[in-house]
Structures are given as C-alpha cells and as structure tokens.
Design a protein around this ligand. Structure first.
Ligand SMILES: NC(=O)c1ccc[n+]([C@@H]2O[C@H](COP(=O)([O-])OP(=O)(O)OC[C@H]3O[C@@H](n4cnc5c(N)ncnc54)[C@H](O)[C@@H]3O)[C@@H](O)[C@H]2O)c1
Length: 368
C-alpha cells in the first residue's frame, strides 16, 4: 500500500468543469484499470500528478500493465471483483472522477461466458452508480459503452442520435450489446433522477500497446502473425470495415470530454473515423512489417464455432466529440501498427532469427 488515500473525512470534492480545467489534482478511481484501455487511463492521470486507485479482478487484465506505477505514492491497486468489492463505497466517496471500464470483454469471453457478461457488465455499473447515490456523492462517471450498441446498423457513419439495436444475427454475442445498452440507460437514469454526471463513451475499435489478441482483437493477432511470417487469418471475405483508434488518443478524448462536460451528462462516440476493410488492414500490417505472410480466409462459422453474421461496417461520427472538445488525433493507424510491430519483435526476437512459429488461435475482428 503506497498511500493513505482515505482520511477520516472523505476528500471528495465535487468536480466542476472549472476545477478540472484549472488543472486541480484529482482523485481518480479506475475500475478495470489493469486492462488495456484502463492502463492508459492510469498513465495519463499519474503523469498529471493525480491520485489513482485501480480495482481489477485480473480476469483479463494483468498486474504487469501497471508495473511501472507500483512504486508511485499516488497509485493504489486492489485486486477485487467489482460486484463484491467491500471498499467500493469508500472509494466512490473519495473519487472526483471514476472511469468504469471493468467488463467482460472480447468475442471469445462473450461467447464462452454469456451469463457472466450480463452479470458483470450490468450489475457492476449499477452497483457503482448506486454507491454514489447512496452516499450522496456526485463524482463524474465515465462509463465505457461500445459501438456494439449500434447492432447491425450499416449506415455510412454512426451518429449518437441514431436508434440503438440488438441483432439476432450477432449469434449469442448480442448479450454484450444488451449489457452496454443497459449501462447507458443506467447512466442516463442516475443522471436524470439523481444528478450524477456521466460521460457515456461509445468506444469504437481501440488498439495500441498492451492490447492482447487472446480474447478476440484483430490488430494484435494480425501483428503477431505478420511478425512470425504466419498466414494472416481473415474471417469471411474481409470486406467488412472497422475504424481503429489508438488508446492513447482515446484516453485524451475521454479526459477532455469529462473536463468539458463537468456536471453535465452526454453520450459521445469515441474513436477514429478512418475506415478500413479488414482485408486492407491485413495488407497494411504485412507491408509495414515487411512480412512474408500470406492472407488466408477462414469461414466465420469455423472461426467462432457458431453461425452469425459479422457487422459490415463501423465508422463513428465524431462531430459531437470534436464540437465538445476540439479533439484531434495524434496517432495514425500506421504509427500505431509500426509501434506494435516493434513491440512484438522485441517480445519475440527469435521469430526474426530462425522462423519461430507460435500457435495463434483464431480470433475476431469484431468490436469489443
Ligand atoms: N478495446 C476496445 O476496442 C473496446 C471497444 C468497445 C468498448 N470497450 C470497453 O472498454 C472497456 C475496457 O476494455 P479493454 O479493451 O481495456 O478490455 P480489458 O479486458 O483489457 O479490460 C477490462 C478490465 O476489466 C477487468 N474486469 C473484468 N471483470 C471485472 C470485475 N468483475 N471486477 C473487476 N474488474 C473486472 C479485467 O480484468 C480487465 O482488466 C470495457 O468496458 C469494454 O467493454 C472496449
């Protein structure tokens, strides 16, 4: 334990847009902070001198993602399940801002543990909001939603005010969309009824260092396959499109939104609006890695073990994000891919020397 985060009197200050914009140091609680996006949130706030408390059950996150912060006097980690964590009330009382990222994520986990998806994703969010309400606290809560709430909507761009949908064509994965729609409804209800401010962020595909391919993410898988000169497995024809945003851009956008919105509540798309087909993505990764990989198409059913239709396109409208924050991306897709290739090469230098071939499970190119 590095720091006394809770005094006898909770150090809660109601965050206003002004206080955040003036650069006051904040108390930041991050659920799911040992995960991919969470670890970038932690990095951003610790770099700014804020105090950060992470709770994570390490179901998909890993302690190694936070290793470099372990010695920091401003950092604290609790390994616990958000559904049963005994310190939740005190942590919520302490926090000025809460990033609620803890969730069952990734196509393989969603398919393997459908009941857990609903329990964790809905009840976890509800428990957090109820703790704020019961204590009479009004921290800003950033709720991680997902582009999956747009279902099989194939509009050219997806706007926040479009209808949400759940498609049975998504196989049993639709439980994940339902859980994220429920989280949005919870956030909006607590905001309207009890005045608890929320940023409801609909993440589109997010990529970057520390993301793993194990649970169903396409970019880490393509990078690992390209660096190993393995065939790149594209599910279906590869014409489906996605838009990829670097997590380091994502967390800056989240912080900017929370700072601007202050005590208000908004639902906002967070992502990058450059659209690319999965086939083009595979070709891009091969080219950037100078790889000898070939592209191998795998039937969707073979990849996922059940019959469902992949989402055809995913491109966020970012007008609202830009209007609220003036946000500009710092990371191009090429820049992120180059970094991921360099990291993968460092992690597996043997691959370059003697053609080492790891076993790579098929994973998804779907949004989480
Ligand atoms: N990465 C994406 O492209 C993407 C897209 C849309 C939405 N999201 C959302 O963003 C959030 C973060 O996703 P990520 O990509 O960083 O995934 P991740 O799996 O790396 O992070 C989720 C974290 O939550 C933790 N967790 C899970 N259940 C928990 C529980 N019951 N109690 C405490 N901790 C728990 C996991 O151990 C993990 O560290 C999730 O809510 C996800 O639904 C991500």
């Amino acid at each position: 334990m590095n720091i006394t985060l809770y005094g006898s009197t909770p150090a809660t200050t109601l965050v206003t847009a002004d206080s955040v914009l003036q650069g006051d140091k904040m108390h930041v609680l991050v659920t799911g902070g040992a995960g991919f996006i969470g670890s970038h949130v932690v990095a951003l706030h610790l770099a700014r001198g804020d105090q950060v408390h992470v709770v994570d059950d390490l179901s998909t996150g890993v302690r190694a993602n936070l290793l470099e912060y372990e010695g920091s006097p401003n950092f604290r980690f609790d390994e616990a399940d958000i559904l049963t964590w005994g310190r939740l009330d005190r942590a919520v009382a302490w926090a000025d801002r809460i990033y609620h990222l803890a969730a069952v994520v990734g196509v393989y986990r969603v398919l393997a543990e459908p009941t857990k998806v609903l329990a964790t994703n809905i009840a976890g969010c509800e428990r957090l909001l109820r703790a704020a309400h019961d204590g009479g606290w009004k921290p800003q809560i950033v709720i991680a939603s997902s582009s999956e709430v747009y279902g099989h909507n194939n509009e050219e761009v997806l706007h926040e005010d479009q209808d949400l949908s759940v498609s049975t064509r998504a196989g049993t994965r639709w439980g994940y969309s339902v859980s994220k729609i429920a989280d949005e409804a919870l956030g909006l209800s607590y905001a309207q009824r009890f005045g608890i401010p929320a940023v409801i962020a609909r993440f589109f595909n997010t990529i970057g260092p520390r993301q793993v391919g194990r649970y169903g993410m396409v970019v880490p898988r393509f990078v690992a396959q390209a660096v190993a000169d393995e065939p790149i497995t594209v599910f279906g024809g590869g014409q489906q499109t996605r838009s990829f945003c670097d997590a380091r851009d994502t967390v800056v956008a989240l912080d900017a939104l929370a700072s601007r919105i202050g005590a208000d509540t908004q639902v906002v798309n967070v992502g990058n609006d450059r659209e690319i087909s999965i086939l083009e993505l595979a070709e891009l990764v091969i080219a950037r890695a100078g790889s000898h990989s070939e592209i191998k198409h795998v039937a969707l059913q073979e990849a996922y073990g059940e019959n469902f239709e992949d989402i055809r396109r995913r491109r966020p409208a970012l007008d609202k994000l830009r209007a609220l924050t003036g946000f500009k991306h710092q990371y191009t897709l090429e820049r992120t891919i180059d970094e991921l290739i360099a990291i993968e090469r460092q992690r597996h230098p043997k691959k370059e020397r003697d053609g080492y071939r790891p076993l790579v499970r098929p994973e998804s190119q779907c949004a989480a």
